[in-house]
Structures are given as structure tokens and as C-alpha cells.
Design a protein around this ligand. Sequence first.
Ligand code: HH2
Length: 262
Amino acid sequence: MGVVNVTPDSFSDGGRFEDAEAALAHAHRLMEEGADILDVGGESTRPGAAPVPVEEELRRVLPVVRQLRDVPVSIDTRRAEVMRAALDMGASMINDVEALAAPGATDAVAGSGCAVCLMHKKGDPATMQRDPQYDDVVGEVFSFLKERMSAAMQAGIGQDRIVLDPGFGFGKTLQHNMALLRNLEHFKSLGAPILAGWSRKSSLGKITGRPVMTDAAERLPASLAMALLSLLHGATILRVHDVKETRDVVEVWRAYAGKMGQ
Ligand code: HH2
């Protein structure tokens, strides 16, 4: 899953693809590099990010979604209005960092045939990285995803349309993120594919001893290492900024796992 951020303030590529033309050019490049899904977002959810008015989010994402063809388009949003408008325009997946908590979000998804990614997040982007606490991070995230999945299914969203994501970096310390990664396989028992989003995240800067990112490429090696670890721990979808490089990781993993040619 290649990331297309149509935002001025995303943490690693904010402002680079802010207008529709630049975002489309980037999307086409990611497709050529081998993305199977494009995830288009019009609101940053990085720690400290301020919410964007819904009209502005629509203005950013719809011209991009409208023009993307020949690739499944996911829309990274928490708002029902944006979900509906993007689905009407041909999007085939909703990626919701709030796991359909917003008013009308479940109905917007249930009323269409789209896929949906339900992600765990603790707190709001504005404050979520201020000392997040868990007694048992794996148990808590597991129960949350189980509950949101069953709510979605009760609303008529078939299990085969659901993807789950523990939400690396969303109200979690490095230790929390690592515990979730080590236990990723456990989440598969919920009966849905797992999406992992480690690409360029700040935990990687903590691990490598360079917490401040001066250049996105600086976090690429660590992101690729996390892509491989995520695959080895059972992830099916990798949400990444660097598609070309991650493709190579996927091929290495396929060769290792005996899945070549699949
Ligand atoms: N991470 C980000 C955004 N959306 N969605 C899912 N399902 N999982 C993730 O880990 C995830 C996500 C944050 O990355 P990015 O889009 O690059 O940054 P920003 O939120 O600043 O636009």
C-alpha cells in the first residue's frame, strides 16, 4: 500500500504533494513502482497534528481519487462525509485510524461493498504521544480490534471486507510498538488480514539514535527492516512511502518463505 499524502503537514512528506497534480504524479510513480493499493489522505494524523475542516479534506482528496484508475484506491479518513464522497468516486477501501468511531462512518462503509481497515489508536493525534500508558498493550489492542470488528460485522460489513491494524505509533511508546510487532501473529486469530504501518515513523528514529528526521531517506533502512519483520510476523499489507524499495523486501521475503511466483 503506497501512501499519497495530499497534505501540507504530514510528518515525512507534508507539502510535497499538496496540489492534485503533484499528488497524481506521485500516485502514478508509486503504481509504476509496484503498489497494489494507493492510500490517499487529506488530513495528517501525526502526533501533534490539528484536525482539518471536512470541506478542506474533501477539496484535497476528491480531485485525486477522481482521476486514479487501474489501481485499488484506499482513502485514509475518519469522516463519514469523506468516506461517502470518495466511495461514490470509485474508491474501494476505507482506511480509518478511528476504526469507524465517527458518527455515520459504519453506515457509510456498510452501505457499499468496500474493504475497510480498522486501526487501533489511543487518544487523539494532538496529545496521543504524551506518555501513553497500558497495563497490557497487546491484550488491550487485541480486545479493541475484536470489539470494533464485531461492531462492523453486526452493522453488515462482511468479515472478508475487514483488515486490522494495531496502529504503530498511535498512542504508543517504542516498547509498546515492539510488543505489538512481536505479537502480530496473535492478531491473525481474529480472522482478518493485518496491515502494518511502520514507514518512517519516529520510533525508528529512536532506535537508530537519530530522533529528528532531517531527510525522509534517513529512515528508509529502518523502515525496510520493519517491513521484513512485519512480514515475518504475519502482516499481509504494508503501508509505506517507499514502494520501490519495499517491493524488493517483499520479494526477498517471498523467496525465503517459498512463495515465489505467487
Ligand atoms: N499511519 C499514518 C497514517 N495512516 N493508517 C493505518 N491504517 N496505519 C498506519 O500506521 C497509519 C495510517 C501516519 O503516516 P503518514 O500518513 O505518513 O503521516 P501523516 O498522518 O502525518 O499524514
